[in-house]
Design a protein around this ligand. Structure first.
Ligand SMILES: CC(C)(COP(=O)(O)OP(=O)(O)OC[C@H]1O[C@@H](n2cnc3c(N)ncnc32)[C@H](O)[C@@H]1OP(=O)(O)O)[C@@H](O)C(=O)NCCC(=O)NCCS
Length: 138
């Protein structure tokens, strides 16, 4: 089951996102996104096992800025389900996302659910370019 997340879900979200436990910046992003109702959580047997942040702040296009699945629940289709869920909420003609060049799992997922490479920005993460992907929204 996937639903919009609320502030009460913050602790459960941080529990599955190791980076949120050490990064104030990530925590701030999650809080702000929860306030804006742009966080979506995947729930299995009553527990949050994955989340994504999706909004239309990227050139007014639908954009998935974060997608995280609990390490114990990877390769179960949860990441793909979250992507497909927010695609249905997309109000622009194309939906966009990005990931580091080094992130093979995310790129494989995106390829599998029909995204194509849209371009690269070199200077966000020095040494690991940010690759943008997009797909025609349905
Ligand atoms: C990337 C991530 C979200 C994928 O989530 P997931 O729920 O495991 O993905 P899915 O089960 O939907 O995988 C769909 C397909 O993607 C590909 N894929 C996923 N993980 C992969 C991996 N580790 N290696 C190679 N291909 C992979 C496979 O083709 C997979 O299909 P298959 O399992 O039938 O072979 C997850 O690995 C994760 O949370 N990573 C850490 C955070 C991150 O990097 N997020 C992305 C940028 S914000």
């Amino acid at each position: 089951m996937i639903r919009t997340a609320h502030m009460e879900d913050l602790n459960a979200i941080v529990d599955i996102d190791q980076f949120a436990r050490i990064s104030e910046e990530r925590l701030r992003l999650i809080r702000k996104s929860l306030e804006n109702e742009s966080v979506y959580v995947a729930i299995e047997q009553g527990k949050i096992v994955g989340y994504c942040v999706f909004d239309h702040s990227f050139f007014e296009r639908g954009f998935i800025s974060l997608l995280i699945v609990h390490p114990d629940h990877r390769r179960e289709g949860i990441g793909s389900d979250l992507v497909k869920y927010v695609e249905k909420l997309c109000e622009s003609e194309r939906i966009f996302t990005s990931t580091n060049e080094s992130n093979t799992p995310m790129q494989e997922l995106l390829r599998k659910v029909g995204y194509r490479r849209s371009g690269v920005i070199d200077d966000l993460d020095p040494g690991d370019p940010e690759v943008f992907f997009s797909k025609k929204a349905e």
